[in-house]
Design a protein around this ligand. Structure first.
Ligand SMILES: [Zn+2]
Length: 64
């Protein structure tokens, strides 16, 4: 069962390193690394816990 307080972050543009929250749809551009490497355990906009990230080129990986 999907927890309502969890979300998935998808890399929508590898060149710009832009990421999108699957729940609230906000976009974030990171200097480098992925949301987990930047300490983003929660979405800054909707506050949901980031449980999974999906790289545009490298497939899925667990957030922890
Ligand atoms: Zn969000």
């Amino acid at each position: 069962m999907k927890d309502n307080n969890e979300t998935l972050y998808m890399q929508i543009d590898a060149d710009w390193n832009a990421w999108r929250c699957s729940e609230c749809g906000c976009d974030w551009r990171l200097e480098e690394g992925d949301p987990v490497e930047n300490g983003m355990n929660f979405c800054p906009q909707c506050g949901r816990r980031i449980v999974k990230i999906v790289h545009a080129q490298h497939g899925e990986s667990e957030a922890e």
